[in-house]
Design a protein around this ligand. Structure first.
Ligand code: ATP
Length: 246
């Protein structure tokens, strides 16, 4: 579904991504891990068109999408969440989904085109764990606890019915219990055919989901493999010196 070939991106003297290649097959879950500043978000930004590579290519389902603008890439079905979420804080939670539901991609789906968008928004929020018959979906986003803000970010991405969903640190700031309740939701989405790329620092939880893991350090890919191979990899252990799960 996604293939990146020799992606390189420099910011001044910093090589944020250096000749990175990997691929994700349909229905797979790929984890991207690495210490702070290792280039994970840069790779997400390169795939989703938020920044352009100095060299290298990005393919989606065999089609070259390198340097296409973000809205075109999202319109094709490659959708991301953001590490720093920015909902419309003054709007009720469910109304935050109205904007993506009016996007060209969402409008291309019959059920979204003809259904009542408020109901669709409430359905999407329920899918990510908002209690439907509670006041929570109707509260302004500013009144939501962080765990719900993260779920709202996930629902915002799901409103585009992605083929590939790229989550940039979806679990950050969440308690173990909150992550435990999100994991089955992600598993279900994946079982229903969604291809997932997850940038994560929460390795233990990520490894429960991931089929394959790419490890970055200083902009370089230092390892790639199944979670059980990655935890045994000497280079990875060194990069994550002190990380409990490794
Ligand atoms: N827009 C930018 N301008 C200048 N330098 C940048 C920019 N974006 C990223 N960098 C630098 O590129 C390197 C990789 O950053 P990136 O955010 O991709 O890392 P990361 O692995 O996602 O980090 P974290 O885990 O802290 O989110 C860092 O040294 C960072 O300071």
């Amino acid at each position: 579904m996604i293939r990146v070939e020799n992606l390189t991106k420099r910011f001044g003297g910093v090589v944020a991504a250096n000749n990175i290649s990997f691929e994700v097959k349909k229905g797979e879950v790929l984890g991207i891990i690495g210490p702070n500043g290792s280039g994970k978000t840069t790779v997400v930004n390169l795939i989703t068109g938020f920044i352009k590579p100095d060299s290298g290519k990005v393919f989606f389902a065999g089609k070259d999408i390198t340097s296409k603008p973000p809205h075109e890439i999202a319109n094709l079905g490659v959708v991301r969440t953001f590490q720093n979420v920015r909902p419309f804080y003054n709007l009720p939670a469910y109304k935050n989904l109205i904007i993506p539901l009016y996007s060209p991609r969402a409008k291309s789906f019959e059920e979204f085109k003809h259904g009542d968008r408020d109901h669709i928004a409430l359905d999407l929020l329920e899918e990510v764990g908002f209690e439907r018959d509670s006041p929570i979906p109707y509260k302004p986003a500013s009144a939501l606890p962080h765990g719900y803000i993260k779920r709202l970010e996930l629902a915002r991405a799901l409103a585009l019915k992605p083929e590939v969903l790229i989550c940039d640190e979806l679990f950050s700031g969440l308690s173990q219990a909150e992550i435990a309740s999100l994991l089955p939701i992600l598993e279900k989405l994946n079982e229903n055919g969604l291809t997932l790329i997850m940038v994560e620092h929460r390795l233990k939880e990520l490894f429960e989901l991931a089929d394959k893991v790419v490890v970055l350090e200083y902009g370089e890919k230092i390892a790639e493999g199944k979670p059980e191979e990655i935890v045994e990899d000497e280079k990875v252990k060194e990069a994550f010196l002190g990380a409990e799960v490794i």
